[in-house]
Design a protein around this ligand. Structure first.
Ligand SMILES: NC(=O)c1ccc[n+]([C@@H]2O[C@H](COP(=O)([O-])OP(=O)(O)OC[C@H]3O[C@@H](n4cnc5c(N)ncnc54)[C@H](OP(=O)(O)O)[C@@H]3O)[C@@H](O)[C@H]2O)c1
Length: 305
């Protein structure tokens, strides 16, 4: 049985490769697909097969998926171009005779108001229409996404957002990756749509408490209106489109688009999902360590002077 991961060169994809190996899949039965396969050279050294393909290149995808039995399609990162790109992957999977496809989607993609949902909804429809047996993995937010928030708060003591009391059922990338790997290797999941999320949802007051602990200073959550938020982001140098997008995501969050905490993921993992405090502390420490290593490699001090 040959398992392929499309998007294997990214943060989530690399963790899926780790999980497949942990689950006992032979390295030679794993195909890691991405544009820049140098990013998985450490896995290639272990015997994993790397194949280079851009989601925009149907011919390369046909070659990359040859002989693959079960495929995990990790959503691409080029927002606005993904429907066509994902169509290429799904068509190539059909052409290659792939027997199962799992797709990383977004929470309640078919009904959500989340600004990012339409591309996922369209991809889910294409997966279903392909008639390839499938599973839809609707991943909530990654806890790691809040490292930058913590880094800013370290200097300002503030977390500014317009999501009010909106709650987020995040889990760590490692949790989603292990969940995806477990779905990929077991036939029991075929036909399922899973709302993958953390066991509990949290709000920004709780995030501020966790960040205070991590950065070692008092951090408070400052609620602002959407209009104020857009102004603050523009002043900080974001272009109008990006500022509007960030504010829209906050509005979606305030309206509950990310609040669905549920035990689906932890049931598949057979353990609780990683709590916010643990997941964010680990991700923050990792980011600090890699910054320090980079600074050392360049012969620079690792703290701003
Ligand atoms: N739930 C969340 O909180 C959250 C947050 C951020 C992103 N996401 C979604 O989850 C996905 C995986 O997250 P991540 O953290 O692993 O992101 P990431 O580190 O940016 O990795 C993205 C992966 O997608 C691949 N990719 C993007 N465009 C591609 C294209 N045109 N052709 C081929 N491969 C392409 C990248 O390949 P290369 O290495 O060749 O670039 C990489 O392997 C993202 O792409 C995004 O859709 C979810």
């Amino acid at each position: 049985m040959v398992f392929a991961v499309a998007g294997a060169t990214g943060h989530l994809g690399r963790l899926v490769l780790d999980s497949l190996l942990d689950l006992g899949v032979a390295p030679g039965d794993i195909v890691a697909i991405g544009r820049d396969t140098a990013k998985v050279s450490d896995f290639v050294a272990k015997g994993v097969v790397a194949r280079s393909a851009d989601y925009s290149d149907r011919g390369a995808l046909d070659e990359a998926l040859a002989g693959v039995d079960r495929l995990l399609l990790i959503s691409g990162s080029e927002v606005g171009r993904r429907v066509k790109q994902h169509k290429n992957v799904i068509d190539a999977a059909k052409h290659a005779g792939v027997g199962f496809i799992a797709y990383t989607s977004a929470p309640h993609a078919d009904t959500s108001t989340l600004a990012l949902a339409p591309e996922h909804k369209a991809t889910e429809a294409m997966v279903r229409a392909s008639e390839i047996p499938y599973a839809l993995l609707r991943n909530n937010w990654y806890t790691e996404s809040y490292v930058q928030v913590a880094e800013q708060a370290k200097y300002t003591g503030l977390i500014i957002a317009s999501l009010g009391d909106g709650r987020i059922a995040s889990a760590s990338r490692r949790d989603y990756a292990e969940g995806a790997a477990r779905v990929l290797v077991a036939e029991a999941h075929e036909g399922q749509t899973y709302e993958f999320a953390g066991d509990t949802a949290w709000g920004y007051d709780e995030l501020a408490e966790v960040v205070s602990e991590i950065v070692g200073r008092e951090v408070t959550y400052k609620r602002v209106s959407s209009k104020e938020h857009r102004k603050i982001l523009s002043k900080a140098g974001l272009d109008m489109g990006t500022a509007a997008f960030v504010v829209t995501l906050d509005t979606n969050t305030r309206d509950g688009a990310l609040a669905d905490a549920n035990p689906t993921l932890s049931t598949i993992l057979g353990r609780p999902t990683t709590p916010l405090a643990t997941g964010l502390a680990e991700a923050y420490a990792e980011a600090e360590a890699s910054r320090a290593a980079e600074a050392e490699a360049q012969g620079e001090p690792d703290t701003p002077q």
